[in-house]
Design a protein around this ligand. Structure first.
Ligand code: GLN
Length: 312
């Protein structure tokens, strides 16, 4: 591990203070309960980690507790599909913001079963289809990929959350069947959904998430393992879609107030990429009306403002 520099000390102190400030705010918002197993999580949990390209990880609060990554898994899924599919992927999924809630169904019929982008549920289900069609066991391939990126064999699925998602997955099943009716899903819907629910049910800590996505801040190369995960062009593309669509129908406001490529999940996690510097990951389970964590949002907003991290 490298010696701590003034910059490191400053970042570490900022993280601690921002975490304290978040704890002092009223814990507004509601834990996701449309997946019943998620409703049992302690609403008071709150953590943040900032992994930097030199291998340091600054952390505060519950940064080592594994939580349900939910839609943050869409980033790993997209990257794995980009590695395997090449540009053909973009004939089956778009790259425009949807302006609608993450699980909305209306746009999909108007647009002939082609999801607006890979970060809404329909888009991630489409990406899951490409993985199921490509790997003999897409779920194991997905889990090994994430473990390798995180440098941690601990990352695993929570079986209770997985069962709960599967049991309460009618809306996602509707999205998958609608895309299948347009010929945009190749595998069996049941297998595609099994993969999608599996990846959403994966649990990781803020520290693991921030470290695993460092390649997005480093033009596609993971700075710890030196693995060339994706090309610089594809890293640019993932960050571009994260900037316009990663925070769902709050993406515009997030770009306006924070200015970083980011992805949220209904487990209460948010990751934000700081190109050339590192990755921030924050977690607190209570969500706002867009499905984004209120405290994670306030911590990332505070840190980006204080350290001047905006890409714009
Ligand atoms: N598993 C969740 C769902 O499909 C993921 C949504 C999210 O995190 N926004 O509804």
């Amino acid at each position: 591990m490298s010696a701590l520099t003034d910059g490191d000390a400053y970042r570490g102190q900022a993280l601690g203070e921002i975490h304290e400030a978040a704890l002092a705010l009223p814990n507004d918002g509601k834990v996701a309960d449309y997946i019943p197993a998620l409703a049992t999580v302690d609403k008071a949990r709150c953590g943040i980690a900032f992994a930097t390209l030199d291998g340091e990880v600054h952390a505060a609060g519950d940064a080592d507790i594994a939580f349900s990554i939910q839609s943050i898994s869409k980033v790993f899924g997209l990257v794995l599909a980009m590695q395997r599919m090449g540009d053909g992927l973009w004939e089956r999924v778009g790259m425009e913001p949807s302006g609608l809630p993450f699980n909305s169904i209306v746009q999909l019929e108007w647009e002939h079963g082609i999801p607006r982008n890979p970060f809404i549920n329909a888009g991630a289900i489409l990406v899951a289809d490409t993985l199921v069609s490509h790997f003999s066991s897409s779920r194991l391939a997905f889990r090994s990929f994430v473990r390798r990126l995180a440098g941690s064999e601990r990352c695993d699925v929570n079986d209770v959350v997985l069962a709960s998602e599967t049991r309460h997955g009618s809306r996602n099943a509707a999205l998958a069947h609608l895309m299948k009716s347009f010929g945009n899903i190749e595998a069996e819907v049941e297998d595609v959904l099994a993969h999608y629910f599996f990846q959403c049910s994966l649990e990781m800590s803020c520290r693991e998430l921030a470290s695993s996505l460092l390649f997005l801040a480093n033009r596609g190369v993971h700075p710890i393992s030196d693995e060339h995960v994706i090309t610089p062009r594809d890293a640019h593309r993932v960050n571009a879609i994260l900037s316009t669509s990663g925070m769902y129908d709050q993406s515009g406001q997030f770009a306006f107030s924070v200015g970083l490529p980011a992805k949220s999940g209904v487990g209460g996690g948010i990751v934000a990429v700081v190109p050339g510097q590192g990755v921030i990951s924050a977690w607190s389970p209570a969500l706002n009306q867009h499905g984004n964590s209120t405290r994670a949002l306030s911590m990332i907003t505070g840190l980006a403002g204080r350290l001047g991290l905006s890409i714009f």
